[in-house]
Design a protein around this ligand. Structure first.
Ligand SMILES: Cc1cc2nc3c(=O)[nH]c(=O)nc-3n(C[C@H](O)[C@H](O)[C@H](O)COP(=O)(O)OP(=O)(O)OC[C@H]3O[C@@H](n4cnc5c(N)ncnc54)[C@H](O)[C@@H]3O)c2cc1C
Length: 368
């Protein structure tokens, strides 16, 4: 067996680490000149989104031998709608860095593998398939899956983000769900440290957003963050992404090709989280190749999470600022904290189950 991994991101590297542990040395092909050679941003892993697992960093090391050091544990989250604010406290998850930083998650994973990485690769999937017995598609998007008609795209999103300097509580993150700031989307602030934070704005490319200009919204959002934090927040770095795709493969494996990470559909359409599921998908593909499980079976819970997340996303698209205010109001007090802390139920699954009959699913959503 000789295995090619296309993409040295979270899922591809997690796959390589797991294969190596089980005696298989794959070859990685990465189109960029080094691991994580792209914009820097802060991301979070929220425990409410990884149920039944409460601490995904501990679980990754204890159950899968994947070791990651986040930047901080998230102990406080402020959720701000147009007229309401909820503050949720407790052990809510972790924040981490991505991209061109020595402690980014992808850099940390690279250090855990001996697998040779061919940088600046221009190899196509077809070329790899003709030279290797198995190909792991880990390119972070659904392009190849689309070409092979194995992918249903549900949403594309435009994202604009920046690194700002100021004074921050590194254990606290803020999310804005206010459709004046981000129509049918959201904005957030995640500190990298006490002195730097990432602020971002994400809006779905919906027909009702066709006249929305992200750069105009950005100015409004930036002003809002500055006034709410009462700081100047000079920008030191910026990124912008258009048409970031969220969708899912019909089959996680076709012949000897495994679709992992975003190539499969690990990016959850509700709020755009995908790190934990991406890492797991890479591990699961390796398990299959090592005879430790069946990829299609192992991926079933991740597909279910995607479907639940899509129901929540479609519900979000049907809300107004008044509806968001009501939800944020309901999260005040200890209800929000209880939702985050409960280990008995998966709140997002329950919400998706309850909302399913009431939302208008689009044709082809496949989530009914
Ligand atoms: C702005 C932003 C914010 C996000 N915030 C969060 C968050 O807060 N929490 C969360 O859980 N998730 C978040 N996500 C989602 C998360 O980052 C992704 O789900 C995750 O990185 C996907 O992992 P992956 O392995 O599929 O792809 P990646 O980690 O992106 O890796 C893909 C790799 O493949 C390489 N590649 C691409 N094309 C080729 C090719 N043709 N040949 C060879 N190599 C190729 C790329 O260069 C890259 O190295 C966010 C995403 C974005 C864009």
């Amino acid at each position: 067996m000789n295995v090619a991994i296309m993409g040295a991101g979270l899922s591809g590297l997690a796959c390589a680490i797991t294969l190596e542990k089980n005696g298989i040395t794959p070859t990685i092909f990465e189109k960029r000149s080094s691991v994580g050679d792209r914009f820097v941003n802060a991301e979070v892993l929220l425990s409410i989104l990884s149920r039944p697992v409460h601490d995904c960093i501990a679980s990754l090391s204890e159950e899968y031998g994947i070791y990651l050091n986040p930047t901080s544990s998230v102990q406080k989250m402020e959720i701000i709608s147009k007229n309401e604010k909820a503050v949720i406290e407790g052990h809510l998850g972790f924040s981490n860095v991505r991209g061109r930083e020595q402690d980014s998650f992808e850099s940390q994973l690279e250090k855990q593998t001996q697998t040779p990485i061919h940088f600046n690769s221009e190899k196509t999937y077809e070329q790899l398939l003709s030279s290797y017995s198995h190909v792991i598609l880990a390119t972070g998007d659904g392009e190849y899956a689309k070409k092979t008609r194995n992918y249903r795209e549900d949403l594309t999103v435009s994202i604009k983000g920046a690194t700002v300097e100021g004074e921050f509580d590194r254990y606290s993150v803020t999310a804005w769900v206010d459709y004046d700031l981000a129509p049918f989307g959201y904005c957030y602030l995640i500190p990298y440290s006490d002195k730097e934070a990432n602020i971002s704005l994400a809006i779905p490319d919906l027909p009702k957003n066709k006249d929305v200009e992200i750069n105009n919204l950005w100015d409004q959002f930036y002003d809002q963050v500055r006034s709410q934090t009462n700081q100047q927040l000079p920008i030191t770095d910026q990124f912008q992404i258009t048409k970031y795709s969220m969708g899912i493969c019909q089959s996680p494996r076709v012949g000897n090709t495994f679709y992992v990470g975003n190539c499969f559909g690990t990016m959850m359409p509700f709020l755009g989280f995908g790190q934990y599921a991406s890492i797991l998908s890479g591990v699961y593909a390796a398990y299959d190749l090592c005879g430790l499980g069946k990829y299609e079976e192992l991926m079933k819970p991740l597909r279910k999470s995607y479907d639940d997340s899509l129901v929540l996303r479609r519900s979000m698209e049907q809300l107004s600022n008044e509806g968001l205010d009501r939800i944020v109001h309901a999260l005040q007090g200890n209800i929000g904290e209880k939702l985050f802390q409960t280990r008995l139920i998966n709140p997002l699954r329950v919400a998706s189950y309850l909302l399913r009959p009431y939302i208008k699913l689009k044709e082809g959503d496949g989530s009914n």
